[in-house]
Design a binder for this molecule. Sequence first.
Ligand code: GDP
Ligand code: MG
Length: 597
Amino acid sequence: TPLSHIRNFSIVAHIDHGKSTLADRLIQSTNTVSAREMKEQMLDSMDIERERGITIKAQTVRINYTAENGEEYVLNLIDTPGHVDFAYEVSRSMRAVEGSLLVVDSTQGVEAQTLANVYHAIEADHEIVPVLNKIDLPASDCDRVAEQIEDVIGIDASEAIRVSAKTGQGITETLEAIVHKLPAPKGNPDAPLKAMLVDSWYDSYLGVIVLVRIMDGQLKKNDRIRFMQNGTVHHVDRIGVFRPAMTEIDSLNPGEIGFLTASIKQVRDTRVGDTVTHEKNPTDKALPGFKPSQPVVFCGLFPVDSAEFEDLRDAIEKLALNDASFSYEMETSAALGFGFRCGFLGLLHLEVIRDRIEREYDIELITTAPSVIYHIHMKDGEMMELHNPADMPDLTLVDHLQEPRIKATILVPDDYLGDVLKLCQDRRGIQLDLTYAGSRAMVVYDLPLNEVVFDFYDRLKSVTKGYASFDYQMIGYREDKLVKMSILVNDEPVDALSTMVHRDRAEQRGRAMVEKLKDLIPRHMFKIPIQAAIGGKVIARETLSAMRKDVTAKCYGGDATRKRKLLDKQKAGKKKMRQFGKVDIPQEAFISALKMD
Ligand code: GDP
Ligand code: MG
C-alpha cells in the first residue's frame, strides 16, 4: 500500500464513553472479521478488562476500507489503555499514529480522562476528529457537548461526527473522516530501518510478540535487528499484522504497524518506546524521549497459606514475563513469613495483578498496605529510596524525608464540589485551580501520592455518587514531616501494618486504625492490647477484651443446625487468618484497617 493510502489512528475517550464499541463497529462494518468471528467486543479480550470495562494493554487492528471515492485504504487502529496508571504507554502509542478520534459520550460530556488522553494526542501532534457518541439515547445533547469540547479542550467541534456505536449510525461518516481528515504517515523506505516498539506481550507458543510502527526503512523476515535501548540483537522469525487475528506477511514498510517475533524470552527485554533498527546499516539516531515506565506503588503479597509460597513465586514470575512494568523481589516479614515485595504503576495495576494471581492461579493472598517510594535524605548526604516502611532506617541517621506529589484534575458537577474540596483538603491537598465548564467544576490539586494510592478514588466516587472523574500526573518530590507508624498487637509489632504518615495526622490515623483492628480481630481467650506507635511512643491504644464463653453458648444449645452453621463459619473464617504470636488476625484486616472513612 502506498503511504498516501494508509491512515494510522487511535481512539481517545473517557472510560465508558464507547471506545471499544466504536472500534468493534469499525471492524465489523468493514468486514474485517466475519459476523461469526465477531465476539462481543473484540478489543477487550482479557476477563478483567471486560469486567472492569477498561483496556489494559494497547491492542491493534488493521482494517481494509474502500472509501466512497472508490480508493482502497489501510486503516491501522491502536487501542490505547484507558487508565491513568498506564499514562506512559498511552503517550508512547500515540506517537506511533498520526491522528485520533476523540470520542465523547453526548449524554455526558467531557470528563477528566477525556482531557488527559486528548492532551497526549495534542502533544503527539495529532489531527483530532471529534466524535459525539450515543446519539441514540434520549439524553444525548450534541450541541452542548460540542460547545464544551471547544470551550474546555479548545479544538474545533463544529464538524463533530454524530454517532451511535450501538446502532451503527454515523459509522460510514467516521470512516470517511479518518480517510479525509487524518494525514497519511510519512517515512523513507530507502533510509535505514527505524521502528518504534509500541507494545509487547508474551505468548506461550511464539515467545514475545513485539508490536512495531515502521518509521523508515523496511523490516523483513530473517532480518537481524537490534533494540537500541539495551543493544540486544535478534533474528526475526515472523512478521505480520493483526486483522485482528495474527496474519503473517512478508515485509513491513514505512507507515505500517505490525508485529514481529524473534525468539525473545522476556517482555523485559523489549521496552515500550524503544527504537528497533537493523544490526547492519543501523539508523544513527534513536527515536527521542525514551524512558521506561517505573513502578510507583509498592506492596507486599503473601500467601494466606504459607505452603503456597512456591506457587506464588511461579505465578509472579509468569505474570512478570508479560509485564515489564511490574517488579518484584522476595520479602520476608516477621509476621507474614515469605512473600514478595511488588511494584506497580498504580493501584489499578496492583489490583489487576492481585486479581489474576487469586483467580488464574487460585492462591489466596494477603496484600499489605500499598506504599509509595519515599526519598530518605541521610545526615551523611546520601539519598536512599524507601519502598517498604518496614525498612525505615534509624531516625537518628535521617536528615529529612521527601514524598512524591501529583497534580490531580477532577471534573465534578457543581452540587458535589464542596465534598470534593473537603476530600482533597483532608488528604493534605493544595488547591491549584478551580474553573467552570458549563455546570461542571474543574478542580486542580497538588496532592501527596501517598494519600491518593489507597482509597482516594473510591472515596471520590462515593462522595460524588460516581459523577466525578479523576486523572493525575506525577510532579515530583517534596519534603514533609513524615513518620513511620507501627502497629502492635498484643505488644508485638506487626510489620505488615506499618505505614508512613504525616506527623500532624498520625494520632488521628493511629486512632482510626486501632479502632478498626479492634473490630476486625476476633476475640481470644485473653485480652489483647492494640496500639499505634511512632518510634517507641504509643499514640493510640485500644483493648480487645477476652472472650467470655464459647460462642455457641448464645444458641442455647437448642438449635443444632444453627450451632453447626456457626462452627462451620468459624472454621471457614479460620482459614483466612494468620497467626501473629498468639493472636489470629484475619486477612481482610490488612487492607480494611487502612481505609479511612
Ligand atoms: P469504553 O470504556 O470507552 O471502551 O466503552 P464501551 O465501548 O465499553 O461502552 C461502554 C458502555 O456504553 C457499554 O455498555 C456500551 O454498550 C455502551 N455504548 C457504547 N456506545 C453506545 C451507543 O452509541 N449507544 C448506547 N446506547 N450505548 C452505547
Ligand atoms: Mg473499552
